[in-house]
Design a protein around this ligand. Structure first.
Ligand code: PEP
Ligand code: MN
Length: 349
């Protein structure tokens, strides 16, 4: 249940009102919007009468939240959430609320030369973050599983060389011990409903890139975010990466309609992965542009200097030169809507 407090109510009267509700065993989360205070009631609100709340002089509106998610709900948090991450180069990158964050890099870290060269080229082209998998969730146990800890060391080396914040997938909670230098933790499609993992990440203080499961509904994705948020971590980036349908031309069906739906119902930033969403490198630029045009707050893209020799997902990886061309177009697309890919952050409120 959401309660919109009348503009101008004093902090003390809102605190007294919240305490009165909390006496009924319900948690009240206060959130300050641009012009008014909104209270989110978490717990069993079935015993609370909307009419009696409306009779209170502080209350402007009462909304019974139909959706089962609260912390991820835009009703509870009207303003867009923006995630800010500072790189070792001193530059702060933003995702959400007017900022388009671009995460680029190989599917997997393979060699020092590979990851450093991709990192340098994506940075030169304007990417805000470097991706690189080191623990890979592969369908076959005989496929390349990632370089593990050694790969993470190489990814960290690329971070040190370029200053780019790094994004990599966490497959098991014990890996958190070695994720100190990781800036954004990716939860992959296959783990979107690993509730034990999600709960543990609730107490982690790093932003989480949560990918939609390939058979997950939009509500299920938001409920997965809710699991992490319920534990106290509200820095979540949602990612549409394609779902499984009867269409077999593409690896997945990239559900671009998820973008406006997620943005309507949630305040969390939404990014798109056109690499896994299509499985075909030649389609990536078209779908990347479409995602930004549809309102995505960013992209995660696979870029490899030599896709034909990639140990994982080469067929969907674009080359650095194609990435550079795409970035120029994306900058223009974002600017058309008054959004920024990076920098000038200090000029925005
Ligand atoms: C990846 O990003 O390389 C990956 C495995 O993604 P997903 O979990 O979306 O399949
Ligand atoms: Mn991949």
């Amino acid at each position: 249940m959401i309660i919109a407090i009348k503009p101008g109510a004093s902090a003390a009267s809102v605190a007294r009102f919240s305490a009165m509700i909390e006496k009924q065993g319900i948690k009240v989360h206060r959130s300050e919007g641009a012009s008014q205070v909104v209270l989110g009631l978490v717990g069993d609100t079935t015993g609370i009468q909307e009419k009696s709340l409306l009779a209170h002089h502080l209350v402007e509106k009462v909304i019974r939240v139909q959706e089962p998610y609260k912390r991820a709900n835009r009703l509870f948090h009207p303003d867009d959430t923006r995630i800010a991450i500072c790189g070792l180069d001193g530059e702060t990158r933003h995702i959400g609320a007017g900022y388009v964050g671009i995460i680029a890099g190989p599917c997997s870290v393979e060699t020092r030369e590979q990851i450093i060269s991709v990192a340098q080229s994506v940075k030169a082209a304007g990417a805000g973050f470097l991706r690189g998998g080191v623990f890979k969730p592969r369908t076959s146990p005989y496929s390349f599983q990632g370089l593990g800890c050694g790969g993470l060391d190489l990814l960290i080396e690329a971070k040190n060389v370029t200053g780019l914040p790094i994004v990599t997938e966490l497959m098991a909670i014990h890996q958190l011990e070695i994720f100190d230098a990781v800036d954004i933790i990716q939860v992959g499609a296959r783990n979107m409903q690993n509730f034990t993992l999600l709960k543990e990440l609730g107490s982690c203080r790093k932003p989480i890139l949560l990918k939609r499961g390939y058979a997950a509904t939009i509500t299920e994705l938001l409920m997965a975010a809710e699991y992490i948020m319920a534990g106290g971590n509200d820095r979540i980036i949602l990612c549409e990466r394609g779902i499984r349908t009867f269409e077999s031309y593409t690896r997945n069906t990239l559900d671009l309609s998820a973008i406006p739906i997620l943005k309507k119902h949630s305040h969390l930033p939404v990014i798109v992965d056109p690499s896994h969403g299509t499985g075909l490198s030649w389609m990536v630029p078209a779908m990347a542009k479409a995602a930004i045009a549809a309102g995505a707050d960013g992209l995660i893209l696979e870029v490899h200097p030599n896709p034909e020799e990639a140990l994982c997902d080469g067929e969907q990886s674009i080359r650095p030169d194609a990435f550079e061309r795409l970035m120029k177009t994306l900058q223009a697309y974002a600017a058309l809507e008054g959004r920024l890919l990076k920098e000038e952050a200090h000029e925005r409120p």
